[in-house]
Design a binder for this molecule. Sequence first.
Ligand code: FPP
Ligand code: MG
Length: 368
Amino acid sequence: MRPTLPLARRSTAISANVGLGERLFATSEERDFARLVDDGLALVDDGLALVEAGLLREVAFGDDVADVTGRYLLDAGGKRVRPMLTLLTAQLGDGNTDQVITAAQVAEITHLASLYHDDVMDEADLRRGVPSAQNVWGNSVAILTGDLLFARASQLVAGLGERAIRLQADTFERLVLGQLHETIGPRDGEDPIEHYLSVLADKTGSLISAAAQMGVIFSNAATEYEQAVRTFGEKVGVAFQLVDDVIDLSPQPEETGKLAGTDLRAGVQTLPLLRLRRLAEDDPESAALLERIERDVDDTAAEAEAEDAARDLDDAIAQLRDHEVTRATLDEARRWSREAVEALEPLPDGPVRKALTRFAESVVERTS
Ligand code: FPP
Ligand code: MG
């Protein structure tokens, strides 16, 4: 089948770029963060426009198929959060240097590459509101497009020198190990919650962390800021994912177009479920709820009693939403966000630190 280009629906304004994963920050508090950055750090917006123009140039391979498939998810949207963090931390040094702009592009292209692969592994139907790449072109083309994008990120990184090459290689290794560990699950004797948190740190925190660090490195900012923004990025990434687990339990079709418990129904482990499993060892009520969820998930997958099971599962998900394990998950997300902000201690007081702080707060305030 001949691939067709989707309609582009993208904005380069930072106020349209405040989500961390694939979900937008939609609340007014979250938009405050964008405004803060817009007011105090217009340079970040200027940088994002340069990054965006460069991305369109870079994601081209001189091949009529690869040029379409490679731009597909770039054109479909995304919030450019990783480049935004690179540009933000670069304002601690010389600002939007050529190397900073390239580093921001590397972060986004690496992220894009991982999405093509992730959607194949997750058998995802949609990404950024469009059919996932493998739904349009099949698994092989989607995987190869991810590989091409990663090759392009590597070419860009080569121009940034050995530091960047090593950082990119280390980050790639963590992304892949995070995804691998998620796939195989905890080993015998490994604590499932510790395992889960380390998966989140690897598959999400590592690239956000590297994006923030590259802003410091390539703006020639003080080296003492590097570790601070690295830790910040990693912790914010974990906080974001934990809030996602809680949001998954809320029915918000108007914002997300998703049923409550989408991850849970797909058999994805989330922290509320892992905590419920731990509690179920000693608490019969939790054990009963866990058993009910697991049985309903199995039965909805099997045709026979699917409708009854789906109704019961809705009810069980509502119970899990109000359960102490979900409150504990939100508390845990807030803790990661607080620790992210604490890591910023070595940074000078000023718009960058303020914007990063607001960003970490927005991550745990969002409800969709
Ligand atoms: C999304 O997780 C997945 C990631 C953040 C990382 C995926 C990493 C790889 C596929 C390793 C290969 C990497 C490269 C660079 C080729 P999710 O499924 O929880 O989130 P979602 O809801 O956005 O799908
Ligand atoms: Mg996925």
